[in-house]
Write a protein that binds this ligand. Structure first.
Ligand code: IPE
Ligand code: IPE
Ligand code: MG
Length: 246
């Protein structure tokens, strides 16, 4: 309804949701399966959530798939994860295009195994016209490194405001700050994810392991988000405000 839209501009806008997809390994080992099977089941969960997100008012979805600290894992696990990534990029593009999903990948590309950076570039080009959902997958990603790199680029550029600096961090001019960060598996930490963009993000922690995360779980997280009052430092629910001049 028009009046609702006018009254609740933030709720009515298409949200930016970030998900720390955690718990693949524990989900698998509890079932007597290899950790790799957990990561495979995690890819299924990605498919479900990417499909469900647009109907739940999500316009941008940032998924944390591999952190820059995940290189510290055993080589066999890293190799398996990179294999899954290669598989996803090779097999998912047609479905993404069909569903109007624009894919971008954030994080470093220079340390990925041969061919993956090129596959990412191709996938981004092929999905560039998607307007239903902006899917951002974070691979070899570190929020602190993203901020550090932006600072290095900003040095000598003269005074910058927050918006201009944010554009340097995200590489995506005008990207909406993240509204809601979900972390599965019961851990309650950010693990170097969207530290700048999430300055005012609502946080939602669930005991569900990522491979068992369903569309209904996303709906529950969003319902809890919509019940909260976002004040952005003010006293009433509001959008981030301009500072008045006195
Ligand atoms: C998340 O699941 C996937 C990645 C970090 C790649 P984990 O692999 O961290 O699963 P747990 O935390 O060990 O259960
Ligand atoms: C965070 O999960 C990274 C991803 C989900 C890709 P981790 O499992 O690596 O995080 P920590 O080590 O528990 O903080
Ligand atoms: Mg984990």
């Amino acid at each position: 309804m028009q009046s609702n839209v006018a009254l609740k501009p933030i709720a009515a806008a298409r949200l930016h949701v970030g998900i720390i997809m955690d718990g693949n390994g524990r989900w698998a080992t509890r079932r007597g399966l290899s950790r790799l099977r957990g990561h495979e089941a995690g890819v299924e969960a990605i498919r479900r959530i990417v499909e469900a997100a647009p109907d739940q008012g999500v316009g941008t979805l940032t998924l944390y798939a591999f952190s820059s600290d995940n290189w510290r894992r055993p080589k066999a696990e890293v190799t398996a994860l990179m294999g899954l990534l290669r598989f996803y990029l090779a097999n998912e593009i047609a479905a993404l295009v069909r569903n109007g999903v624009r894919l971008t990948v954030i994080g470093r590309r220079d340390r990925l195994p041969d061919g993956i950076a090129a596959a990412i570039t191709r996938a981004e080009a092929e999905t560039a016209d998607g307007a239903t959902l902006h899917l951002r997958i974070a691979i070899d990603y570190s929020a602190r490194d993203a901020i550090l790199n932006a600072a290095a680029r900003a040095a000598g550029a003269g005074p910058l405001d927050r918006e201009a600096f944010a554009d340097l961090i995200t590489g995506e001019p005008g990207l909406r700050d993240v509204d809601l960060i979900i972390r599965t598996s019961g851990e309650k930490r950010l693990s170097d994810f969207l530290l700048w963009e999430g300055a005012y993000a609502e946080l939602h922690f669930t005991e569900r392991m990522w491979p068992e995360f369903e569309a209904d779980d996303l709906a529950d997280a969003l319902a809890s988000f919509h019940r909260r009052e976002r004040r952005f430092g003010g006293l009433t629910a509001s959008a981030p405000a301009e500072v008045p001049t006195f």
